[in-house]
Design a protein around this ligand. Structure first.
Ligand SMILES: [Zn+2]
Ligand SMILES: [Zn+2]
Length: 351
């Protein structure tokens, strides 16, 4: 098995070779065809999440190094353990990575995403910056018939995160406004298929004129430069008093504040981005404005099946992506860090 690994947090990824893993029990071994490079890979590579106020969520205690990143994996089944049913050698599948411990009460109730001991592929299990990957059970393998392989992998995180966030606002009406903040990889996916999930008019806020222009071509009704000091006034003017729904795909203090202050009475902000740090929150304005703040992290196995049904039905416009060789994984991460990536970089062991 050839992989690109974190040897030390914050240091360049390094190529390593290991013997091919032998799948045990319910495990399935896949030959990796493609793996998306996600912004959260950057946070994991850095080794911490910024919690604000000088606090950090340190990943050193939760992970063992060397470690292989990559949670947007598509591959072909090449071997499986003796307890596997329902897959065949040669099946091409997306690996659903957001796996729980499969033993606690929430996992047994089918809410693996709420498990307090997640076993995610690419954050706990070694992931897809490799030419081989293990899926712990065949129920996490999702068909993607008719979808290009390099695009299919992006649905496991980017697409699913966008879908789950949009679904939390599926109560919005045609006359409402949905503010999408941040038209990077995940935000842009949301813009692309918002109309398949939410009826509201879409307004996209981004500080980058190129991303605003891509957002307009992708179906946004209006765009706003949220670095403009008059951005909030402009938003209130467009929406006639504020948006009923907002999704913050950045998660920086400035974007979260823009999201909250951009809501009308009864508005609902879904927080998705993991940029980090913190904001002061007016405890009086929450009840006075009857606002809802909700965190959304990736999506459930059920939502993954719903999303792929929409994708295979042609209801989800594809996001732009660029295929690069697996061994350029570190450069891909650094380009993402520098904001030089539009859409998704997808690593291929055979590119
Ligand atoms: Zn991701
Ligand atoms: Zn669990």
């Amino acid at each position: 098995m050839h992989c690109q690994q974190i040897i030390e947090f914050g240091q360049p990824l390094e190529a390593r070779d290991y013997p091919t893993p032998e799948p045990q029990g319910t495990e399935v071994l896949l030959k990796v065809s493609a793996c998306g490079v996600c912004h959260s890979d950057l946070h994991i590579w850095e080794g911490f999440f910024d919690l604000g106020g000088g606090q950090k969520l340190d990943l050193l205690s939760r992970m063992t190094l060397p470690f292989t990143l990559g949670h947007e994996v598509v591959g072909e089944v090449v071997a499986f353990g003796p307890d596997v049913e329902g897959v065949e050698i040669g099946d091409k599948r997306i690996v659903f990575p957001w796996i729980g411990c499969r033993e606690c009460a929430v996992c047994k109730a089918g809410d693996e995403l709420l498990c307090m001991s997640p076993q995610t592929v690419g954050t706990r299990y070694n992931g897809g910056y490799a030419d081989e990957v293990i899926a712990p059970h065949p129920k996490y393998l999702i068909p993607y018939d008719g979808v290009p392989t390099e695009l299919a992998c992006t649905y496991a995180c980017s697409g699913l995160t966008a879908y789950s966030a949009l679904k939390k606002l599926s109560h919005l009406k045609e006359t409402d406004h949905l503010l999408i903040i941040g038209a990077g990889g995940v935000g842009l996916s949301a813009v692309h298929f918002a109309a398949s999930v939410v009826k509201a008019k879409i307004i996209v806020a981004d500080i980058d004129p190129t991303k605003r222009s891509i957002a307009r071509q992708s179906g946004a009704h209006e765009t706003i430069d949220n670095s403009d000091p008059n951005a909030l006034a402009k938003l209130h003017e467009i929406t006639g008093g504020g948006a009923m729904g907002a999704i913050d795909f950045v998660g920086a203090p400035a974007t979260a504040e823009f999201g909250i202050n951009g809501l009308c009475k009864g508005g609902h902000l879904v927080c998705v981005g993991l940029y980090g740090d913190s904001i002061p929150l007016s405890t009086a304005m929450m009840p006075l404005m009857m606002r809802t703040l909700q965190g959304s992290y990736v999506g459930s196995l059920q939502e993954m099946h719903e999303l792929m049904a929409l994708v295979m039905d042609g209801k989800i416009a594809p996001i732009p992506y660029e295929v690069r060789p697996l061994d350029e994984a570190h450069k891909a991460l650094m380009d993402l860090k520098a904001g030089k990536v539009e859409g998704r970089v997808v690593l291929s062991p055979r590119a």
